[in-house]
Structures are given as C-alpha cells and as structure tokens.
Design a protein around this ligand. Sequence first.
Ligand SMILES: [Fe+2]
Length: 279
Amino acid sequence: MMLEAAATNNHIKIAHFSDPHIIYLRHAWHSLRNSKQLLGFMNWVMRRRRKHNRNIIKKAVRLVMERECDIVVVTGDICQLALPYDYAAFARMVKPLTDANIPVIILQGNHDHYSGREDSYTAYRTIRDHLSLGLDNNTGIITYNDTEFISLDAAVITPSFKCYGVLDPEEITRLEETLAQTSGENKLRLAYGHFPLLNSKGEELEEFMAMQNAPMAMDLIANNKISAYLCGHIHKPFVTNLPGDVTQYCSGTITGGGVLRFFTGEGNKLTETELVSCF
Ligand SMILES: [Fe+2]
C-alpha cells in the first residue's frame, strides 16, 4: 500500500505557458514613470497590440482545467509595463485555476522590472504568493508532492533597448547547497526561468537579451539531476537540448502566438504530452 501511495504522489500533470504581457492601455498612459516604460508603451501601441490577445488566457485556463493539471508554471513577463493593476488583472484571469485548487507558479521576466517601483514589486509578490496557494516561494525551490520546481529568477532592471538577465552567483551557490541536501533520486526536479539558456539552434543568445551567466545555470541544472528547464522570453516556442541530457522548453508568448505545453512527470522523468496553440 505504501509503495502505491508513493507512486501516486510521484505522478504529476504540469502545464506551462509564458509571457502573457498583460497591459490595459487606458490605464497605462497615465502611469508611465520612466523611459523604459515609455518605450514599452510605444512598442505595444505600434507593434504588439496587433499580435497579442489577452483573451487567449481564458482559453488556456479552460484547457488546463479540462486536462486536470495539478500545477501551472508561468515563466515571466507577466505584464508589459509592470503596473500593479495589470498584475491584479492577471490574477483575476487565472482565478478559475486557484478556485479549483490548482497552484500557479510565476516568476519575473525583464518586463516585470520595467517600473522599478516598490508598488509594482509588491503587487507582483502579492499575486505570486496568492496564486501559489501556500507553496513556499521564498527559498527558490518549490516542493509540490515529490516534484521540486527550482526557480532561476534572473530578471533585473536593464537599460533601454536591453533585455538581458543576471542570475546572482550567490543564489546559484545557495540552490546547489539546498539541492545537495537530498539525493534527488526519486524526485522530479524541474528548473524554470524567463531566459532561455540556449537559442533554438543550441547556441548562446545574443548578449543584449541573454542570461549573462547562462553557463553557470546550465552547470547547476546538469549537476543536480534536473530533468528539464521551462522558459519564455523569446516569443516563438522551441525545444533545445541542454548539457547533461536536459531538455529546454521555451513556450513563446501565450497571448501572441506562443503555446500551452502539457507534461506528465513520472518518477524523475518528464514527458511532454501535448502542445496546444491557443490562437
Ligand atoms: Fe516577453
């Protein structure tokens, strides 16, 4: 009986999407506080608003419910301009999931630092903690049954026309020390972050948009029995192999032609079971 219970615990259904880029223009114009937000606003008005449709998230939520997923991972750029009411709007969009007791794990992308203001970070942290339904967000490793979700949050404030990330080397050391405390043999370990560590050709990303210490992140993943890395940032979905027989899944931008990925975790193995374009 105990073995059966353990096996059941070690089976998990996961959904992943990225880069919702939520923005409400009628509020945004009055809320711009810096040149980064102004450029992000202009980018939206001139280009992205023709490509993105936030109603796609309703469809994604419905599909996650239909597939009876256990947990959802959203890998950053929750909002286009990092405005507090846009975070609240995203939380309302995914409320059917949390109402159904499905945790939604989120982390920041480069756009989530566009404001640089404490009220934005407070709004982000508020919905992050609310959506994760009590899972501990503060150690960088979220444990859900026998699955560990390792957050590689490298998003930082960047100058205009740059969108790179920096993963704090002290954070990498801290994660390594925590992961070393357990063997990881019977657990599924997944890393998730905003920035792809390699592009669709298996090459380094261009410097202005790369995670600057991606090699350290890849070492962390390869050396700690982590099965896969989920990410976004590049707005077209792709899959690439990382060192150590690890698969990187980039899901693009859900509201702008990206995909919703479904996975099953069994033991320490992750299998992609379905890829859905919500457009
Ligand atoms: Fe993005």
